[in-house]
Design a protein around this ligand. Structure first.
Ligand code: RB5
Length: 162
């Protein structure tokens, strides 16, 4: 798999450890995040990884900021993306099996390297179960679609000037 990884300045060390971990499992890892000594606000890597998934350039994403919250909120703003912030492996597995999440997010100020590795393992090994979960994931997509259509019609709305 090709895994995209993104982090802000609060998570450079944990990002490096996760890159090593992911590549040691035989995956390719593309780094969209902050480097040592660089300040990067979490929406920047959150958006970059989410958009790379939508464009089909990477298969899955790992996002890390201080809490995992800001970076996952950002990723979830990209239509079609389902990103889960979590602090333990159970949720990391279920967010794929039930929610078909393409991105896992966690916080460098919340969990240590060992738990982060367990989360990444659970996330990468899980498979979407489909069935009744597929209908629910489609309903999530319908929300995206509804707001996309509203935005498009607002773009073409001439405000009653015609
Ligand atoms: C940066 O200090 C911090 O706010 C960020 O890493 C993250 O925790 C935001 O959700």
């Amino acid at each position: 798999m090709i895994i995209g990884i993104g982090n802000d300045h609060a998570a450079v060390e944990l990002k490096k450890a996760m890159m090593e971990h992911v590549t040691s499992m035989g995956h390719e890892c593309i780094d969209y995040g902050a480097q040592e000594g660089e300040k990067m606000d979490y929406p920047v890597p959150g958006r970059a990884v989410a958009e790379a998934i939508v464009r089909g350039e990477i298969d899955k994403g790992i996002l890390i900021c201080g809490t995992g919250i800001g970076i996952s909120i950002t990723a979830n703003k990209v239509p079609g993306i389902r990103a889960a912030a979590c602090s333990e492996p159970f949720t990391a597995r279920l967010c794929v099996e039930h929610n078909n999440c393409q991105i896992i997010a966690f916080g460098s100020r919340v969990i240590g390297e060992g738990t982060a590795k367990d989360i990444v393992d659970a996330f990468l090994h899980a498979e979407f179960e489909g069935g009744r979960h597929a209908r629910r994931v489609e309903l999530i997509g319908a929300v995206d679609e509804m707001y996309r259509r509203d935005a498009e019609s607002a773009d073409t709305d001439d405000g009653g000037q015609a």
